[in-house]
Write a protein that binds this ligand. Structure first.
Ligand SMILES: [Zn+2]
Length: 350
């Protein structure tokens, strides 16, 4: 499959910093509207929908993927016409200097300021995030204010390109890869049960959309489609060993535990059993180096929901240049589809 034809390219190049997911929402809405019922956008901006099943099972199964990405928010303009900003979601300030960005709805190109080495050879520390500005080449304050209003979002400026036949690079695969996976599932064969669908907002700033989506959909089971850190880069001896996190090309990732949730054991066993039956590559996520996902919010909603986070290994998360293997993507869709086909109430017994 050529990258140009994939939903992944379109989705990851769209702007969707937390709380301003509109562009992503529109793409997804149009992509699924002919394949679902009960399609709606809730007050927070989540897309909720139902994919009708064959009616053989009454289980209420929810799939969720978050639409938002980390980025920045305009907080003002300096005297010189440079734009002040704050981070939205977890971004390491060490990646900020000299970064290309897009400002506001018009995607005005800009670059984050830095002091060239000619002027900074004595500086050792990385500057504090609030000392950076975005330079859009504005002549003065008024010109900058015309292009960057308070609250405008700023995204990484990063095209999605193929590095090889299967390895792709782009921004926002976290979690547009999960969104693309969910769209594939929606377009495929029906399951024995109605599938409850949530494309959520504001995951990166505290799992906020998922909490509301779970309350609205009231599922028994929820699978959260995510990306998770892969890291295969040589490291210094004094660093903790992080080579045991996931690897690109080794298949989708079944999470045992992360910062916000522990996978339901029955669900976890089912995924592994189906993967082994069908010979689909898969891997497990090391519990010790983990962020949180929407599963944390969904698991503890209502009277409790059996959850599992199902991820794609991805390098350089929360940067402009994430790297993903399309083979992992295809294997994730295959394993998820087959697992859902076999899911029954007995898998959820305690
Ligand atoms: Zn994510």
């Amino acid at each position: 499959m050529a990258l140009q034809d994939t939903m992944l390219k379109q989705l990851s190049e769209a702007a969707g910093v937390s709380g301003a997911e509109d562009e992503v929402r529109q793409i997804i809405y149009d992509a699924i509207k002919d394949h679902v019922t009960d399609l709606r956008v809730d007050t927070m901006g989540n897309i909720l929908a139902v994919k009708k099943g064959t009616g053989k099972s009454l289980l209420k199964v929810m799939l969720a993927a978050h639409m938002d990405e980390v980025g920045f928010l305009v907080t003002g303009v300096d005297g010189e016409g440079l734009i002040k900003f704050a981070s939205v979601g977890g971004i390491d300030p060490r990646i900020l200097p000299a970064l290309r960005v897009h400002v506001g709805k018009d995607k005005t190109p800009g670059v984050i300021t830095w002091k060239p080495i000619h002027l900074s050879w004595k500086e050792k520390e990385v500057k504090k995030p609030d000392s950076f500005r975005i330079d859009i080449g504005a002549e003065n304050k008024g010109a900058a204010e015309g292009k960057a209003k308070l609250g405008d979002r700023v995204t990484f400026a990063s095209e999605t390109i193929a590095l090889t036949d299967t390895i792709v690079r782009g921004k926002a695969f976290d979690d547009r890869a999960g969104c693309a996976e969910l769209i594939e599932i929606i377009k495929g064969d029906p399951f024995p049960f109605d599938l409850l669908i949530a494309f959520t907002v504001q995951e990166e700033i505290g799992l906020r959309g998922a909490k509301v989506a779970a309350q609205a959909l009231n599922p028994d089971v929820a699978i959260v489609l995510e990306t998770t850190a892969a890291h295969e880069v040589p490291q210094d001896e004094d660093e903790p060993d992080i080579t045991t996190v996931t690897k690109l090309g080794h298949g989708p990732v079944i999470t045992y535990m992360d910062k916000g949730s522990i996978a339901h054991p029955g669900l976890r066993k089912l995924f592994v059993r189906v993967a082994e039956q069908l010979g689909i590559p898969h891997q497990f996520r090391s519990p010790q180096y983990a962020g949180g996902t929407d599963a944390g919010a969904i698991q503890t909603s209502l009277a409790g929901v059996a959850t599992l986070t199902f991820s794609l290994p991805c390098r350089y998360l929360h940067s402009p240049y994430l790297i993903l293997d399309l083979n992992d993507f295809q294997n994730a869709v295959k394993l998820l589809r087959a697992t859902l086909m076999q899911l029954s109430p007995s898998d959820l017994e305690r």
